[in-house]
Write a protein that binds this ligand. Structure first.
Ligand code: SF4
Length: 423
């Protein structure tokens, strides 16, 4: 269902395409979009690729690299990292803002190009069953494949890399020990190669590197190379993602990911289109795929009033999770707070969150948490499903009690809890 579509004569005509596509063996056409109108395709940024001195600088700083998972369609290029399948004419920019078609190739503008760097508790991702109490060296670039009206990080996710980096001041390379928490001005000039990310993670005592804040699929190449370097160095990799990724790229990523938190935005297609400008089905496929691949999986769900808080829908979601993912995948219901384009929407009532948790537990899910819900008792406590002893207790993002033994077994009854407990 979410495989890149093969574009035949009919679709090509619909898109306003003509030419020859012999090199691809996709019939006797090539793409040659004559207008910016692409019926049925996602919006892209027409003619928006950097050029001249800016492009030269971008290449000089190491921020532009050839992308992966794309195909050349005559004069045009189709990116195949995510289900947006951006179809780009020369000098176009993809929907995530990070990919451009130049010189007959697809380029990422986000390589070695972080715009945000922090050392976070792993609980902040949230990942509650993965090396609890450990630090995650967390990074993001600009860009995102979605358009969530409620985005917390829109200042980076809905920006082009060029809007957040500068090239008219001297470049900065490896952050010095003690200055790993760089300010925005320094990060704007920073080139941070994958091996340097790994070194920074090690220097900060981080057990993992987290690809987070914006959408890491939109910096796929940088994430992949960093994750490979981290794996070789014995540092774990975690992604916090919307799950919008095609099978080939996902399979490649799953080989180096240790844990993933997928931010599920709703449980119906119309809601996904309305709130996020995305599609649900590919995300569900990703959840199943990561679980099957053995990547530790947790699911987040922001309960946005009026958009994603229908209790019947939540019941269907929880039943689906229990059936397709099993009862041991943790589910985090998160409280919405007014922001970005939904400043007029009130916070999620705590009563709604409590009801969502009840629905999830009734569906058989064993580990249900409530985020941003101070005042709700037990919102972030992990209980042993057998003896009900509190195994992990948190105060905000801080782990305050760990009553598991070194192998992740309940000290009360000896039951092994699902998760990754050993570095
Ligand atoms: S990764 Fe970016 S350029 Fe590629 S298909 Fe997705 S939105 Fe488009």
């Amino acid at each position: 269902m979410t495989e890149p579509r093969r574009i035949g004569r009919r679709a090509a005509v619909k898109l306003g395409v003509a030419g020859t596509l012999g090199a691809l063996g996709v019939g006797s056409f090539a793409y040659g979009l004559s207008t910016t109108a692409r019926e049925g395709a996602v919006d892209v940024f027409s003619g928006d690729a950097p050029s001249g001195a800016l492009w030269d600088a971008w290449r000089g700083r190491g921020w532009a690299r050839e992308a992966r998972h794309y195909r050349v369609l005559g004069k045009n290029i189709q990116c195949q990292v995510c289900p947006n399948e951006c179809l780009l004419r020369p000098e176009d920019r993809g929907r995530c803002r990070n990919k451009v078609h130049k010189e007959g190739k697809l380029w990422t503008l986000a390589y070695a190009n972080p715009v945000s760097l922090h050392v976070d508790p792993i609980e902040k991702k949230p990942l509650f069953h993965f090396l609890p109490g450990s630090a995650a060296y967390s990074l993001a670039t600009a860009g995102c494949s979605f358009r969530c009206k409620n985005c917390q990080n829109w200042e980076i996710s809905q920006k082009k890399p060029e809007e957040l980096k500068v090239v008219d001041a001297p470049a900065i390379r490896i952050p010095r020990q003690g200055s790993l928490l760089l300010g925005p001005d320094a990060i704007a000039r920073l080139t941070l190669e994958p091996e340097e990310v790994v070194a920074a993670a090690r220097a900060t005592g981080s057990a993992s590197i987290a690809y987070t804040y914006a959408e890491p699929t939109s910096f796929f190449e940088y994430m992949m190379d960093t994750a490979r370097a981290a794996r070789a160095a014995g540092i774990k990799n975690v992604a916090v993602t919307n799950g919008y990724i095609f099978r080939e790229a996902r399979a490649e990523l799953a080989k180096v990911l240790d844990a993933v938190n997928v931010d599920l935005k709703g449980f119906d297609e119309a809601g996904y289109q309305r709130l996020n400008a995305g599609k649900l089905a590919p995300v569900l496929e990703t959840l199943v795929a990561y679980r099957a691949a053995g990547v530790w999986l947790e699911v987040s769900y922001l309960v946005v009033p009026g958009y994603a808080d229908d209790l019947g829908m939540l019941a269907r979601l929880c039943a689906w999770m229990a059936r397709e993912l099993g009862p041991d995948v943790p589910l985090h219901f998160l409280r919405f707070m007014p922001q970005y384009q939904l400043k007029h929407v009130p916070p999620t009532p705590l009563a709604t969150l409590r009801e969502a948790a009840r629905i999830a537990r009734d569906a058989g899910l064993r580990f249900v948490y409530l985020g941003n819900a101070r005042g709700v008792a037990d919102a972030t406590v992990t209980y042993c499903p057998d003896c009900r002893q509190a195994a992990l207790e948190r105060n905000g993002y801080l782990l305050v009690t760990n009553a598991l033994d070194g192998a992740g077994r309940c000290r009360g009854c000896g039951r092994a809890l699902p998760g990754v407990w050993v570095k």
